[in-house]
Design a protein around this ligand. Sequence first.
Ligand code: ATP
Length: 545
Amino acid sequence: MPASSLEQIVSLAKRRGFVFPSSAVYGGLGSTWDYGPLGVELKNNVKRAWWKSVVHDRDDMEGLDAAILMNRLVWKYSGHEATFSDPMTDCRNCKSRPRADHVFVAQKGRDPKGLVEINAAIAAKELKCPKCGSTDLTEARPFNLMFRTTVGAVDTGDDSGLAYLRPETAQGMFVNFGNVLDTMRRKLPFGIAQIGKAFRNEITPGNFTFRTREFEQMEIEYFVRPGEDEAAHQAWIDARTQWYVDLGMRRENLRQREQEKHELAHYAKRCVDLEYRFPMGWSELEGIANRTDFDLKAHSRSPENPDAVGELKYFDQEKKQHIVPYVIEPSAGADRATLAFLCDAYDESLVKEPAAEETTKLRELVHSFMKSVEKRDPKQMDPAVKERLVAAADKIAAALPASLPELVALSDDADANRIEVWKKVKGAAERLAEDHTRTVLHLHPRLAPITVAVFPLKKNEPRLVEMARSIKSNLQKAGLRAVYDDTGAIGKLYRRQDEVGTPYCITVDFQSLEDHTVTVRDRDSMSQERLGAGELGTSLRGKIS
Ligand code: ATP
């Protein structure tokens, strides 16, 4: 069963060391996350697979790692200082600050024609605050999404030291176009790829790591002759879609969405978004745009840009003339891709029906939790929170035991944890889930944080332990991410590795001591085969490539 809500993914991610809320010891920092021991492996594998596919496996690409801090003029001439903003309105009644364009779309059923039309609708009291319903909204103003910082030891109080944390990695590639072209002796078409952090002061971050203020991008700028741009664009749309599929993402959860004319940035000729069916609905994974010659021209010396020191152009040997290449930009998020792979891999099932009385007992506990929530007066708990908790618990109680995974996922809910009886519900649900459910992450072996786990059948049998440890070391030497574990019975160890997506587990038993063979268990089919200890490295390498 796939995850029915993002909470199930969040819960697994926290429980098993993929992603933790940032600065939790001080109460956290909204929508900011830290990748834990398994999460960093997963995300690194995603980035490595991307780099291999778009740089190492091609002959027309180069890599780059540009600085996060750049000359402020980059952001002036890229257009970010003037236009990288969201229109915000303030509700005078409830003091909330919604995005005015979102309010317009939700209430008018169409996109607004710019800030002017939004403000006309606000003035005519045609738009309501989405939180309290009041029409007492202020005029919408653009709110720039770039984080500002100051360069240098002295804060002069003016803007002379002003710099931005880059809101995208792309500009680093545009301004290095000439450097890469010259040093690598490139001919068109060729591209530059870069992975790195980007920062946006998003107004409404959320949905776990889907939208955060600090995130990582995996971007390509691919330079072509004008006229060859449309074919190159289509080729990148196909190649990028195939990359997700080759790494195991289900085709039915991936779609290409052609941006409509009115959505396109003013310089873009065409843009296709690759979208993934996240538990909260279809949402953008990656945008692939034909940006024409806008960016290279924007950073070239001209009457519009007297600050640039030269021109970013290409000498076409055949035509004996300078041209400004067009650029195709496949721009993906490393965090979003990681989240999508996690969601796609997630599979939770009830493997054994609990005894009827155990289910009844748990259902009664959930009902008493609901009663406690209902009893809370509005000063103690916001009525909207009460309603949400009661609705969620009611739905879960009706579907037990099948809904056990959802109940476990709710166990981290901060509001639920304020109710005393929740501790009992949580304890009982986790105990029952431990014995009756199986969670598996069917991650592609190249993405899985751990490739192989090695166990001795008995941890108090030194010969088994020694052999298991030595097999693990040999697998590490063979370049595989291998771990040793003897902290539970074999069945439990398999379950733990399934839950973090380890594709192979090896068990060393008494037969191993005699004939040097071991059991290799496959996560997805749960089938087991005996292989010689000496051939494990080659065999597993073959399976994961
Ligand atoms: P959205 O419409 O979701 O805000 P966008 O169109 O502004 O995204 P781009 O500027 O095209 O996004 O950035 C390219 C990619 O970077 C996106 O497809 C996404 O994967 C990632 N990305 C953008 N903003 C964020 C964010 N706030 N948090 C995480 N990833 C992001």
